[in-house]
Design a protein around this ligand. Structure first.
Ligand code: SAM
Length: 185
C-alpha cells in the first residue's frame, strides 16, 4: 500500500516533468512577444552592453516593456543604480521575476499588466525585446507619452521603417550584438 502510494507520487512527478519539458519545447517556437514564449530572453552580457550604449546612470528611470523574469531590471538596479520598473503580462513570469528580484536583493517595481495600459512618461530609458509589429503598435504611445530625450534600446528588432522619423532617431547600432539605440526628439 505504502509502496503503491510512493510509486504513484513518482509517476505524478515524472508526468509533471514531461509536461514541463513539452511546454518548454513549445515555447521555443512561439513568437517572442507572446505571453507563452518564456525562453526568449536577452542574454545578460548583451543587457549590460545595451545599458552601456545608452549611458545608463543612477539618475535614470528604466522601464522594461515585457520584462520577463526581470534580469534586465535586476541589472539596471544592482549594477547601474537606476530606478527600475518592469511591466509584464504573464503571471508565471511575474512569479519568477519576483523570485529573481528577491534572490538578487534588487529594488525593482514590478507591474503585472498589459504595457499598453501603463503610462510611460516617467521613463528616461526604455529597454525592449519585442517584435517589429509590437514596436509599430507601440510607437503612437511612445510619441504621445515619452519625454523628449528618452532613450529606447531594443534588442534584435528595429522599428519598422515607416515609423522612423525625425521624432524617433536611430542614434547607434551594434549589429553584431543586435542592439539598436533610438532617441525621442
Ligand atoms: C521576447 S520576451 C522578452 C522578455 C524579457 N524582456 C527578456 O529579454 O528576458 C517578451 C516579453 O513581453 C511580454 N509581453 C508581451 N506582450 C505584452 C504586453 N502587451 N504587456 C506586457 N508584457 C507583454 C511577454 O510575456 C514576454 O515576457
Amino acid at each position: 500500500m505504502i509502496i503503491g502510494g510512493v510509486l504513484g507520487v513518482i509517476v505524478d512527478i515524472i508526468v509533471f516533468v514531461i509536461i514541463l519539458l513539452l511546454l518548454y519545447a513549445l515555447s521555443m517556437v512561439w513568437p517572442p512577444d507572446s505571453p507563452w514564449a518564456p525562453w526568449w530572453q536577452m542574454p545578460k552580457d548583451v543587457i549590460r552592453k545595451m545599458y552601456r550604449m545608452v549611458g545608463l546612470q543612477s539618475s535614470d528611470t528604466v522601464y522594461e516593456l515585457g520584462c520577463g523574469i526581470a534580469d534586465g531590471m535586476v541589472i539596471a538596479n544592482k549594477e547601474f543604480g537606476a530606478q527600475a520598473i518592469g511591466i509584464e503580462i504573464d503571471p508565471l513570469r511575474i512569479m519568477l521575476a519576483k523570485f529573481n528580484i528577491l534572490k538578487n536583493k534588487a529594488k525593482v517595481t514590478l507591474i503585472k499588466d498589459n504595457f499598453f495600459n501603463i503610462n510611460l512618461s516617467g521613463a528616461t530609458v526604455l529597454i525592449i525585446y519585442l517584435v517589429p509589429k509590437a514596436l509599430g503598435r507601440l510607437s503612437p504611445k511612445f510619441f504621445k507619452e515619452l519625454k523628449k530625450g528618452t532613450r529606447i534600446v531594443s534588442y534584435k528588432y528595429t522599428f519598422p521603417p515607416e515609423i522612423r522619423s525625425k521624432k524617433l532617431q536611430l542614434v547607434k547600432e551594434d549589429k553584431k550584438n543586435e542592439i539598436y539605440f533610438y532617441k525621442i526628439n
